[in-house]
Design a protein around this ligand. Sequence first.
Ligand code: MLT
Ligand code: ZN
Length: 545
Amino acid sequence: MEKWRAADRLLKFSSRFASGTKLTCTIINYDHTHPLVSECCFFPIPFYCCKSKQGKYFYSVATTVHRNPLFSIISPDDISYFKTLLGERGVVQDALALDAANTDWMGKYRGSSKLLLQPKNTEEVSQILKYCNSRCLAVVPQGGNTGLVGGSVPVFDEVIINVGLMRNILSFDKVIVSGVLVCEAGCILENLISFLDDEGFIMPLDLGAKGSCQIGGNVSTNAGGLRLLRYGSLHGSVLGLEAVLANGTVLDMLGTLRKDNTGYDLKHLFIGSEGSLGIVTKVSILTPPKLSSVNIAFLACEDYTSCQKLLLEAKKKLGGILSAFEFLDSDAMSLVLKHLDGVRNPLPPSIHNFYILIETTGSNETFDKENLEAFLLHSVESGLVANGVLAQDINQASSFWHIREGLPEALMKAGAVYKYDLSLPLEKMYDLVEEMRVQIGPAAKVVAYGHLGDGNLHLNISAPAYDDNILAKIEPFVYEWTSKNRGSISAEHGLGLMKAAKIHYSKSPETVRLMIDFDYCVFELLPDTSCLDDNHSIICLCLSA
Ligand code: MLT
Ligand code: ZN
């Protein structure tokens, strides 16, 4: 019998969505999302969702999500099998632990899984998947569960596979091939950062969720973060990886070479595929040496055009040492000041329209500092910058970063938040924010911040409570606007449950078709993988940050 054919997903999703038909599929996903998610549709908001005869209904939007009846229900025999495989400790059925694993970081997406599995190594992941495949049990891979698009938690009763116990650093080569780190997928990003710091290296990736997110999830979602401007995306830094396919096949692509043109470089398909092709279990990553001089400036600009010009100038004048260029608007600043304890605006009390955080990282302390100071002076004189301050010590530097990194938390504290993670042409980026304000009116606050240096806007609509009327003003407007301006509806967070059905706003039908065909290849070539039903199946294995 054909069991899971992961194919069909994307195109069917998007075409069904386009025609207004309800989506009915089942999933297997991971943290931070899965483009090929099946049953997806929309915001499962815990306190708004309930089960109807037809499926799970989310009050925040009129969409019903169905569980694919062809997926099996976990039986006592399954539990016994997993206990034999993983031991009692690896099989979690405790209500409290399950509740945490079923709920995403924002408390917005919630599943009802009755089983959380914690493998300790690749072989166990392989055995779990092989068994689930043979039993038609849907699974959702999970890492640090810090994703923002509903990819890390189940929608229904999928088995959660959390790789958090796979947290060994396997090797670090700082002598021969400088800076190659090989580690397991469950390593927490911050632990890797500390490990490397002791070795005189840094991770090429840094993000606000570093205390919880895991490298396997980072890779599976191609997490971007705060240093992408300098070190590029994980497609550049990840040298190799190991992944387990849905039928248990282990793919060893854990190379450590900078150059390897022997055939297709398949690892790239796993980076950012949100677990849809398999579970990433090991990663090898190129890490840059730690540089001694880091400088941070916090600046104010009065208009968006000045922010853009400042970026261009920074790229020209600071060039090689520029390591971050982040922005927030005045609504974002007000939100942080209101909701985060101990945060204060480092600039004199007047509120400016925009704030920019610039970081430089180099190796010549005197030169780098003078360079940044000269740049700032020139920017003030030319009128691009209205005000600014240079961090005098490490505490001040981290307080500047705290303003920017604390924004997601501040938004959570403010109430309900509709989050959009968009890539847009720089010159158009803030037009969307302004148009959204007109569109929404006084019912909600539009809060904008993001990685300006990468053309990545985080557009947030903050409201006292989730409300279909507000959502109707945001969507599809935000997606249509982005599509019309040739942007991406998912810059760095992935598609997840939230946006799986929206892929067509950013990818052409032909591209989506090719993704589907590729999925067919991956799953059909495997002897015992295939499909329940062309319309309903999907294997979405994503590991998350
Ligand atoms: C960030 O840049 O702060 C993260 O991507 C999270 C967010 O978008 O809120
Ligand atoms: Zn971001």
